[in-house]
Design a protein around this ligand. Structure first.
Ligand code: ADP
Ligand code: MG
Length: 682
């Protein structure tokens, strides 16, 4: 129901509410207060201290506007008296404030003291106390203080919400049965979560949704707030889980799996020649994958494993299962460099087994354009009937652009998926005939995010590192120490190792000239590391050049790679054992951890050196976490707490659901509960 159907909401008010995103009565009731004021007890003005903001209540005894010379500048001031002392309240250059107050008005003010002699507040929030029928909504209680927009009075909005609650409260959450999953209604009137929570009967600590909504606006005690928030958050998570799980069910009903369980024909010789034994974690993940790919529904699996845990080999084995079964496989990487690297690896691994490996990126293809083939060929068991070798296509998202048709696609593997949006993922899989999907990520995703973003994927975790890795030591240093650091790096290079040097930006920007930019710093690095060779790599380097830089680095013709965070994903050069990061405070923790994963890949000891002059203790504390732990999950959790989900996942991440009450940092238990509730009852 639109909000202007409420009594007292005319065109102007409706427009103001719309600016706050309030279009319907549901929106209005879910418009959460910004803070609360306990108007049952007031501290005396005489007792106020400077440390914290507070609310005072008193009567205006004097007021006046002073204009300064020229008339452009002014200060409006009133003095509030509560019997214990006086409080000066000032507004600079807002002369119209004069109209809102009169001597004798009783007023609440909320703010922080800027002076104590006399006690003074600048620009406090105010609310004039009025008598009348509805005054109980505003005083002698814990009063909600809402986010407002210009021209919308706090008292008016509070009154509106009170009256709307009175009128609609009994309609909240009265749904007696669950609506069909096909109707993804978000209305508070349907309140599917209420029905579920009620049904479950096992959640005694949750108020009804109606009660929770009242408590969020007009709590009796401040402790009500968290109880109510959790209930409303649960509802949000239930909504989301219903969407996720019904999408998944629909998908399973629609799609029949291609038989890709494999017969070990290629896998056996592959593992024999690999040169190392799979870790226990790799083996058990492969078991899960095999069960999926030989199962009734197309696989939808997320493979999580810290950097260096060996996801590529797992991808190769999964690919072999599909290839053995006579299907083609597509492997997508987020960058061309990474696609190149996979192409080379997989060629070495798979071509001796008779598998064709082809490459397609924006700038390069080894695939000849082929006649589009009919998708609806009769399915056979091609491993015995089809003598042609199957093909593995490696590429970036260009692989899936129009005009390129992947025949007989049995498995799609997406590496480093967080660089692809959720929407892209969906689109991609729709291209094929419901191929199996394996999504790999090295960003350890905190459970809350995992269940929210990838709730429709099964999750496998590689929680064991291959043995025999050199250790990585992490150091934090100030820029002052750079000469010593360069000396250290030269020593390591002289001993045969290689190094990465990483900067936050490609080019110097006027606004942030303290950020060292890779193009400008390149000369300095070359000088600092002479006579050794350094090369430059960043997003604006042309593809062909990127490739030649990378192969020179791989062959140790170049000893240092000077780069942006571009190198964060997937690069595998085991001889590179030093990484120097300048302006380290500019990077997210998860990103730094990714970068750190580029070293420590061989048997030699590795060194991760963070240069930061950040003065803020928070910035220092953040970096310290990297010194303390090498556990990607712990780091991701810390990053989530410190910077929130948006930053953790990268700004380009799309499809991140927004919550009014849910909190992805703290609500893991609720997310789990919602998931179970929906799985059991829906
Ligand atoms: P990531 O999980 O970060 O993608 P990679 O797949 O690139 O890790 O593996 C990192 C390195 O570890 C590679 O050089 C790979 O060949 C090696 N590796 C993978 N599995 C094992 C194993 N079981 N034993 C020893 N080395 C392994
Ligand atoms: Mg990888």
């Amino acid at each position: 129901m639109p909000v202007n159907s409420l009594w007292g909401v005319g065109g102007e008010r409706a427009a103001q509410l719309a600016r706050l995103g309030i279009l319907t009565i549901e929106d209005l009731l879910l418009h959460a207060p910004r803070r609360y004021e306990d108007r049952r007890h007031f501290r005396k003005i005489a007792e106020l201290t400077e440390d914290e903001p507070f609310t005072a209540r008193g009567t205006i005894v004097v007021q006046g506007l002073k204009r300064f010379r020229g008339g452009n500048k002014s200060v409006f001031e009133f003095i509030l008296d509560d019997g214990s002392a006086r409080l000066h309240c000032r507004w600079w250059n807002l002369p119209f404030m004069e109209k809102y107050f009169e001597v004798g008005d009783e007023v609440f003010v909320f703010g922080k003291l800027v002076e104590t002699k006399p006690r003074t507040m600048d620009h406090p929030e105010t609310e004039v106390i009025e008598g009348g029928e509805e005054s109980f909504i505003h005083i002698n209680r814990i009063a909600p203080v809402y986010p407002l927009t210009e021209g919308l009075p706090q008292r008016w909005l509070r009154g509106l919400i009170w009256r709307t609650l009175e009128r609609f409260e009994d309609k909240v959450g009265q749904a007696s049965s669950l609506p069909a999953p096909a109707k993804p209604a978000q209305s508070f009137l349907t309140a599917r979560a209420d029905a579920l929570v009620g049904q479950a009967g096992s959640l005694p600590y949750f108020p009804t949704r109606a009660n929770a909504i009242r408590m969020i606006h007009f709590p009796e005690e401040l402790t009500d707030l968290e109880i109510a928030r959790r209930r409303l958050a649960l509802d949000e998570f239930v909504e989301l889980q219903i969407q996720i799980q019904s999408r998944r069910k629909k998908f399973e009903a629609l799609s029949k799996a291609l038989p890709c369980g494999g017969d070990n024909r290629l896998m056996k010789p592959f593992l024999a020649k690999l040169g190392f034994k799979l870790t226990g974690a790799q083996t058990s993940v492969l078991k899960e994958i095999r069960a999926d790919m030989g199962g009734a529904h197309p696989m939808r699996r997320l493979l999580q494993g810290d950097v260096g845990s060996g996801k590529t080999v797992v991808a190769a084995c999964s690919a072999l299962m599909a290839l053995e079964s006579g299907f083609n496989v597509a492997l997508m990487a987020p960058t061309e460099i990474l696609a190149e690297q996979h192409f080379r690896n997989f060629k070495n691994w798979l071509e001796p087994l008779g598998v064709k490996v082809e490459m397609q990126t924006g700038s390069r293809k080894t695939v000849e354009s082929r006649e589009p083939r009919a998708e609806s060929q009769p399915r056979r068991s091609p491993s015995t009937l089809d003598p042609r070798p199957s093909t593995l296509f490696v590429g970036t998202h260009a692989l899936f652009t129009a005009g390129f048709d992947l025949p007989k696609l049995g498995l799609v593997i997406i590496d480093e998926q967080h660089k692809f949006g959720v929407a892209q993922r969906e689109q991609l899989v729709r291209k094929g005939n419901y191929p199996h999907l394996l999504v790999m990520t090295a960003t350890p995703i905190p459970r809350t995010l995992g269940l929210t973003l990838y709730g429709d994927l099964d999750v496998s975790v590689i929680d064991e590192m291959p043995a025999g890795r050199g250790r990585v030591k992490t150091f934090i240093r100030t820029a002052e120490k750079l000469p010593k650091v360069w000396e250290f790096i030269r020593e390591k290079i002289a001993a045969g190792r290689q190094a990465y040097v990483v900067y936050p930006r490609v080019e110097e920007q006027d606004t942030a000239n303290d950020i060292k930019a890779v193009t400008k710093e390149f000369d300095n690095v070359q000088r600092a590391l002479a006579p050794f060779k350094a090369s430059l790599l960043h997003g604006r380097v042309k593809s062909a050049e990127k490739e030649s830089v990378m192969s020179a680095f791989r062959a140790n013709q170049v000893q240092a790679l000077v780069a942006t965070a571009l190198i964060e994903v997937g690069l595998d050069v085991p001889n590179a054992t030093v990484m120097l990061i300048e302006n380290a405070e500019r990077f997210g923790l998860a990103q730094l951890h990714q970068l750190r994963g580029r070293i420590g890949r061989g048997a030699h000891e590795s060194f991760f050196i963070l240069i930061s002059d950040a003065k803020k203790p928070e910035a220092q504390a953040r970096l310290k976490i990297l010194e303390e732990t090498n556990d990607g999950f712990k780091i991701a959790e810390a990053d989530l707490k410190l910077r929130g989900p948006g930053e953790l996942l990268g700004r380009e991440q799309s499809g991140m659901p927004k919550f009014r009450f849910g909190n992805l940092v703290d609500d893991l238990d609720l997310i789990r509960q919602a998931r179970e509730l929906v799985a059991k009852n829906f």
